[in-house]
Design a protein around this ligand. Structure first.
Ligand code: 5GP
Length: 137
């Protein structure tokens, strides 16, 4: 279990602009927003990455994420948004405590910029890979 700046925020040792809290989940405004209303939703459980998170915390976040997204949209007037969840430094994770970004996307372009370079799909390799992943779930 890691003790990061987010654990300190949950404990109230570092201030934040809190928007939601329940038994398992905490949400607050991102200090370096990509757009107005950029919100972080985190489990109280101090798991570093999503693959290490308990089913209980994952379920608690899943339950509230749509409601928080609706609240962010209502408050900001945005009609589009991205959910971003980074795991590992190579995947742009800077704080090693699981967090989901709710990032409103506005008509003026502010919000998450995405580079999406899709690769050619190989059905033979894909079938083998799907079988391997399915066997580990
Ligand atoms: P990551 O790149 O790890 O997915 O995103 C970490 C996010 O945490 C960044 O968007 C950054 O602005 C935010 N952040 C880092 N430190 C603090 C802090 O002390 N307070 C708040 N509210 N956000 C933080």
């Amino acid at each position: 279990m890691s003790d990061t700046i987010f654990s300190k925020i949950i404990r109230g040792e570092i201030p934040c602009h809190k928007v939601y809290e329940d038994k398992h989940v905490f949400a607050f405004l991102d200090i370096g927003p990509l757009s107005r209303g950029h919100t972080l939703v985190i489990p109280k459980e101090a798991a570093a990455t999503l693959d290490q998170l308990s089913d209980e915390s994952a379920a608690a976040i899943g339950r509230v994420l749509p409601r928080l997204s609706r609240a962010v949209l209502k408050a900001t007037g945005a009609t589009a948004f991205n959910i971003l969840q980074n795991n590992g430094a190579a995947a742009h994770q800077a704080v090693f405590h699981v967090h989901f970004h709710i990032i409103p996307k506005f008509e003026n372009g502010t919000g998450l910029g995405i580079r999406w370079e899709s690769q050619k799909f190989d059905h033979g390799a894909g079938a083998a890979l799907a079988t391997e992943i399915a066997a580990s779930v």
